[in-house]
Design a binder for this molecule. Structure first.
Ligand SMILES: [Fe+2]
Length: 303
């Protein structure tokens, strides 16, 4: 069984890096770490970085990093991927060093097309404290993909990658946690007409961060596309808004935590709007409509 620490980083493609850099720093409240040709990195906890933006023609998802519990997990992971006949590659040392990782294995989830990177941090990776500006962001909380093959994708995360189901809303979305991360979900897989990056969630420390975020969105012209509201499954209060490309971002406050041993079984909630939001917030038609999943081809299993 693969053991994880958490969802560690998310890399997004944006069409205007300078514009998005300002937005993610000033509106979202991430802390700039560094920048290089075509990319900018931000932090929101004590990791070297948590969010990376890349200049690219199609805004959306590039990849995400799942932090493994320790280096021994690579053997388990590789064995699981070989058994499932899923190609993977180990990144060369210079690519790992650039990401402050000791080691990284990369694969493409077959049913959403999402690139995933499994890593452990390098021992000398910087771990400075996050310096919040207006929003006390705790961590990146989760990412959600949509795909027409959501059943197959969900099974892949559960059976091959050892995620655990926390809850589902009918056949439409399943919320999962990378075992044994306690938070209700680090990942959601939803049914949709085509593979799409649905949203990136940032968990905040105070309920006031949600209210301040709402007013800041309105002040800075970021469209609020859903919320404020409260999710039934995780119990979190939420606010969804759009980045300059129209990618959906979420602040959320509060989330159910699961113990590693004897967690409650997952619930399947009826597929109706009240199962998503108990406050009855309207949903803007632009909600979760922009987010191309960058396609990467990994030819053969290596290592
Ligand atoms: Fe969410």
């Amino acid at each position: 069984m693969i053991r994880y620490r958490k969802l560690g980083y998310v890399e997004l493609n944006v069409s205007d890096l300078a514009r998005s850099r300002a937005f993610y720093e000033e509106m979202v409240g991430l802390q700039l770490v560094d920048e290089g040709p075509g990319f900018v990195r931000f932090r929101c906890d004590s990791d070297p970085y948590s969010v990376v933006l890349h200049q690219a023609p199609a805004p959306g998802y590039k990849c995400a990093g799942l932090m493994l519990e320790d280096e021994r997990q690579f053997d388990v992971l590789h064995e699981r991927l070989r058994a499932a006949k899923v190609a993977f590659e180990e990144l060369p040392p210079d690519a790992c060093a650039h990401k402050w990782a000791k080691r990284i294995t990369r694969m493409v989830e077959p049913y959403s097309g999402a690139t995933l990177e499994f890593y452990v941090l390098a021992p000398d990776a910087p771990r400075p404290a996050f310096q919040p500006t207006h929003t006390k962001i705790q961590r990146i909380g989760h990412i959600v993909f949509t795909t027409p093959q959501s059943t197959e994708s969900t099974r892949f995360f559960l059976d091959v990658l050892n995620f655990r189901a926390s809850d589902a809303v009918g056949e439409f979305i399943t919320f999962m946690r990378p075992f044994p991360s306690p938070y209700h979900h680090g990942l959601g897989v939803a049914r949709g007409p085509r593979p799409l990056f649905h949203h990136l969630n940032l968990m905040v420390t105070e309920f006031d961060d949600i209210g301040r975020g709402l007013n800041r969105c309105n002040r800075m012209g970021a469209p609020i596309v859903f919320g404020p509201g409260r999710h039934v499954a995780s119990g979190s209060a939420f606010l969804y808004y759009l980045d300059p490309d129209g990618i959906t971002l979420e602040y959320s406050f509060g989330m159910e935590e699961f113990p590693e041993v004897n967690p409650r079984p997952p619930n399947v909630l009826p597929p109706k709007p009240e199962s998503i939001d108990t406050w009855g917030a309207p949903q803007d038609p632009r909600f979760a409509t922009i987010g191309e999943i960058e396609r990467r081809v990994i030819e053969t299993a290596r290592a």
